[in-house]
Write a protein that binds this ligand. Structure first.
Ligand code: HEM
Length: 149
């Protein structure tokens, strides 16, 4: 059962967080291009599509902490410091995505943003990527853990 839960947890991280990382990273330059060429319907379409990918896969990404907690419960590692640190960083990453990244993308999709918005967005997207990459390393290294390799 633990192996099944862990497999779903890791699959969800790959399938959901991966696309968000790529689409969110592509968004600021795409938005800049669309701002520079307002008559280019293709550029606006790309920006809309990238935002949609971020939204949909962020929702699918809820499976990552859900199955993460289920795995931690089954393994009896709920109080481990590496896990608590991962949970805090996951909450921070989700907060950055929901509060700082997605609303700014929306502003740009609706044509209300400026070049400055794309610069801020690139910074917050970088923060999001760094946070969840740190969580992934913590999940694999598990400093202080005596379970597994
Ligand atoms: C609330 C948040 C999370 C919890 C409670 C959680 C819990 C866990 C647990 C208990 C394991 C098993 C570790 C072991 O084998 O000893 C694990 C593994 C793993 N988690 Fe998470 N996780 C969370 C978030 C994340 C996030 C955000 C990512 C990446 C986007 C992630 C990626 C991974 C990976 C790649 C492994 C496999 C590590 C390995 O077995 O070597 N987890 N997680």
């Amino acid at each position: 059962m633990t192996k099944f839960l862990l497999a779903v947890h890791v699959l969800a991280a790959i399938v959901a967080v991966g696309p968000v990382t790529v689409a969110a990273s592509m968004f600021p330059p795409a938005a800049r291009k669309a701002l520079a060429a307002p008559e280019d319907a293709g550029a606006a379409g790309t920006v809309r599509l990238l935002h949609r990918i971020c939204q949909v896969y962020a929702a699918v990404g809820i499976a990552v902490p859900v199955f993460g907690f289920a795995t931690a419960g089954a393994m009896g590692v709920m109080g481990d410091p590496w896990l608590i640190a991962s949970i805090v960083l996951t909450v921070l990453a989700a907060g950055v995505l929901l509060v700082l990244v997605l609303p700014r993308q929306e502003v740009l999709v609706e044509g209300r943003g400026a070049r400055e918005t794309t610069v801020q967005l690139a910074m917050f997207t970088g923060m999001f990527n760094l946070l969840w990459a740190t969580v992934t390393v913590l999940m694999i290294v598990r400093p202080g853990s005596t379970t597994g390799a």
